[in-house]
Ligand binder design. Sequence first.
Ligand SMILES: Cc1ncc(C[n+]2csc(CCOP(=O)(O)OP(=O)(O)O)c2C)c(N)n1
Length: 376
Amino acid sequence: MLDTEIFGSELKKLGFTFYSGVPCSFLKDIINYAINDCEYIAAANEGDAVAIAAGAFIGGKKAVVLMQNSGLTNAVSPLTSLNYPFNLPVLGFVSLRGEEGISDQPQHELMGQITTKMLETMKIKYEYLSCNAEEAKRQLARANDCIEKNQPFFFVVKKGTFKKEALGKQEQVSTLYIHKKLKFKNDQLPSRFEALHIINSLKDRQTVQLATTGKTGRELYEIEDACNNLYMVGSMGCIGSLGLGLALTRRDKDIVVIDGDGSLLMRMGSLATNGYYHPENMLHILLDNNAYDSTGCQSTVSNNVNFVDIAAACGYTNSIYVHNLEELETYIKAWKKEKKLTFIYIKISKGSKENLGRPKIKPYEVKERLKVFING
Ligand SMILES: Cc1ncc(C[n+]2csc(CCOP(=O)(O)OP(=O)(O)O)c2C)c(N)n1
């Protein structure tokens, strides 16, 4: 068995001090270590954890994700369409429930057979974590080499690998919204392009703009291809989690997350995580056109959802319904003046700019450029 504290301190020596994940009983001791001794962000699902870790990496921290193998399935979208195209590394620990030859619950049987095959399919290097301390140290060095080359690396963890680590006292934060503003008049329904124009015109040298996948990123790129922009491709719904990881690691930057209704609906649990950790330097703007506009304008179910109430109930300090571009500008400026985790909701019209292009710059170039901006 590995002494969990010694193994954790080896991770620390290599610079891994930021963790995110969803628990598994096989990993409970290393999770307890992360909660007790490091920064641990409890994600709503394993895909969010991967995106949070990716944001932390952009912010300059080496990040670890912890998950049960059943949750590896939840993480496939960001691992394949965020980490891969953006060359974003992550050190993963995935448990091996359902290991062949060991009795386990029926829901783990198939996943136990395909966990390493899934990692291979996703082109992620992995090793079974050794129970021998010296060997595990050598494995960590190999994993770290991968991370330094911007490649993900996973450890597959069998039952009984880690020695008992007691869970220390866990702080329970209770975040309550302070300011909520609901709809009280007609909506102007500007276009997405007009809304993005306003948002972009208010950015300064502190600002990082993260645009959700699809036409939001593409339109922002057409407005201005700036070194402090990131245009998400794929990993739909992960933009808020990416923003959380970045905002928590870089308190000196103002992180503006620009989301779509379809995207947010896909991973709405992330609102609870954002509200709980409530970084003051994060502004989350939802452009709601009630449609998956990027894929042919099919309706979403957003007309039935009160996002302002939900964000407030999740612990966003401010949650504001804005009816028009003027109010959008006013409330972005207000956040700039007095930073608090803020959610701004605006209804926009359907449709997009004609002949809309796609970013000519590659995702990994966008990420490298953003890292230079952040660390400059
Ligand atoms: C996991 C996943 N499912 C589906 C898609 C395809 N897809 C790309 S953009 C998009 C629509 C996004 O809708 P929304 O966030 O409301 O933004 P809009 O297109 O309306 O600007 C969809 C479904 C995807 N990229 N990833």
